[in-house]
Write a protein that binds this ligand. Sequence first.
Ligand code: ADP
Length: 357
Amino acid sequence: MGANIRLQHINKNYKQTHVIKDVSIDISDGEFLTILGPSGAGKTTLLKMIAGFEDPTDGRILVNGNDVSQTPIHKRNIGMLFQNYALFPHMNVYKNVDYPLSVRQMPKNERKEKIGAILKRVRLSEYASRYPRELSGGQQQRVALARALVFDPIILLLDEPMAALDKQLRKQMQLEIKEIHRELGITTISVTHDQEEALTMATKVCIMKDGQIEQVASPVEIYEKPASVFCAKFIGEANVIPCPVVSIDAQGAAKISIHGLVVPAPDQSESYSENDIVNVVIRPEKINLVEESFSGLKFRGVIEQSVYIGDSLKLKVRLQNGHHMKVKVFTTSSLSLNVGDEVLLGVLEEDIVQVKP
Ligand code: ADP
């Protein structure tokens, strides 16, 4: 059996500080939700409330429709993997993984079978009799993962589990956890401040800021259609351009000026007044070097900075009005660009995304 989780109007105060502010979110069975946000946003607090380490000051947490506020931690059937995964140093790998089963008083032969299967799953069958100090960081982390999964929990919680690992190992572990999630289909919630990790692993990303949810959406949607300036800047690189509304016709259709070029406001569902400021986002890779014949928006500028990053060049282009655009162009053998070169930048109207302030 899997689990769907509903957080309903959750608030959390630590003494006078209101750290979680009316958070509601539905997590479907089998989802991999990653909560992303800067330090202090309230990510860990949210996770702790789902685990049962903290109680909400207000609001309800439902698992498969049942309010779990009175359910003690060990009865919530949740596997957890944290950054300081704290294996028992005096127990070997087998005993560490056995621990949650022995606590649950599962019969010995059943335990043996389960431990064998999960150690095989995390590729540690050969290491059952080793002690944690005899394992690498990545191996220790996989033992901790096995221990979190061995008792068939219905929810897996991950709190920055990769933060202590080096970059290469972290990537490997991310793919491993993603693969295990795909196989087991266990509802998983992870917390990170690493945007790449969120996009790699999640089926859904939740961006938090100051105890509130800014956006919940698929990784693609979060990247392509950020809800706010904060989300756009938090995930990937973005040109965020404040654009004045320059005209509104009799039907209420508004036009905005993007660095002097007049286009319809991408979001026509809002009602505007003249001189309102609308924020739009253009991702650097949506901007191309074009010819005069290009039919989309064209901005003339001069390259002020050029950084080679292997498959692409990151350019900073100064426009004629003095503003700058970040541009990412794929490198080809014929591409030759230098600081001081004049360039014509092209953007398709459909690649201009309107976001809330
Ligand atoms: P994040 O995981 O996003 O970094 P946290 O959930 O750890 O954020 O913290 C959110 C806010 O709550 C922070 O301002 C933090 O200082 C505060 N906070 C967290 N735990 C406690 C606590 N036990 N007592 C008081 N304040 C806390």
